[in-house]
Design a protein around this ligand. Sequence first.
Ligand code: GDP
Ligand code: MN
Length: 383
Amino acid sequence: MDLYEYQGKQFFARFGIPVSAGDVATTVDEAVAVAERVGYPVVVKAQVQVGGRGKAGGIKLANSTEEVRTHAGNILGMDIKGHIVHVVWVEVASDIAEEYYASFTLDRSAKKHLGMLSAQGGVEIETVAEENPDAIAKIWVDPVDGLTDASARAWVAAAKLNPAATEGTVEILKKLYRAYTEGDADLAEINPLILKPTGEVHALDAKVSLDANSLYRHADYEAYDATQVRDQRETEAHEKGLQYVGLEGSVGVIANGAGLAMSTVDIINQVGGKPANFLDIGGGSNAAVMAGALEVINNDPNVRSIFINIFGGITKGEEVANGIVQALASVNIDSPIVIRLDGTNADEGRAILAGHLSEKLQMAPNMLSAARRAVELAGGTPK
Ligand code: GDP
Ligand code: MN
């Protein structure tokens, strides 16, 4: 769950990370009201979940009411890389001596948290990583030990920041680590982290992605969830508690488990088709979940065929088969369905499905042939 900058800054502020005073506005008048309240000069910033807003004209300095009017008027409604600006964040402008970069994210292969710090901030970290990898100081933090004061200091020293920024940066990194871990974030990034001429260190931007699976632990994350931009299919799936990602193709995908769903997307591409979505129904496979999944896919006008790919593990084949049969009795599906059923009690499951097969409900002996059949039914020529 990606946060907007203003939400990220509010999130940071709760952990004591210094950010500029500001507020959101959805109209020019509101933007002016915020500016008058926090005091000039201010910066008017487009709230869209895409980087490079500054270059696109979505970040402007304003010294007066008139300038706030002009800039907020231009930025609200602006299209930045396909994202329409509905909200601006207006904050007190900062004087900048230097711009740094700081972030925490998870390094899955190292099974540790990866912290990155660079004296070259304000530009995308991918660019720094490519052109000047030595300019990024990395630290791998064992989640059991946490980020100690000593390791934070050594890390800051390795990044060769201006010595004036050392203390402030150490403090912010410790807070950023707390925000990242206690806040259940997948990413907490400050770019730029600035050193002011007065010597203070301060977060000027915020990019935060929260783990959506941690929502139950944070009652206040509902507010973030409510502002997520989802397309209509995604909203519907989300309401049904399904893990769904809309794609552009014509083969609808239902699989049990995210790994299998990804493999299904891959194999459809491999045989020359295009998946319409990624839908993981999870470990359970009861009729209600299956019916919900089929409904979501059925409502996608691009879908020409549906590939149900099930590998029974704890869930048994006959339960899955019964779930599919019952689901099909309750929802009317327009597109033909191809089922691949393997794993625990697959034979029992296939026997149940055998009594229900038709042009609209087909079964394939394995994943590859099922993928080919689904692509063919979608009007393609499988490889
Ligand atoms: P992004 O381009 O979408 O990542 O937006 P940022 O919030 O990171 O801002 C981009 C750049 O605008 C920063 O790197 C700064 O150089 C500049 N900027 C943003 N806010 C201020 C400010 O308060 N004062 C000054 N002088 N520059 C700012
Ligand atoms: Mn930025």
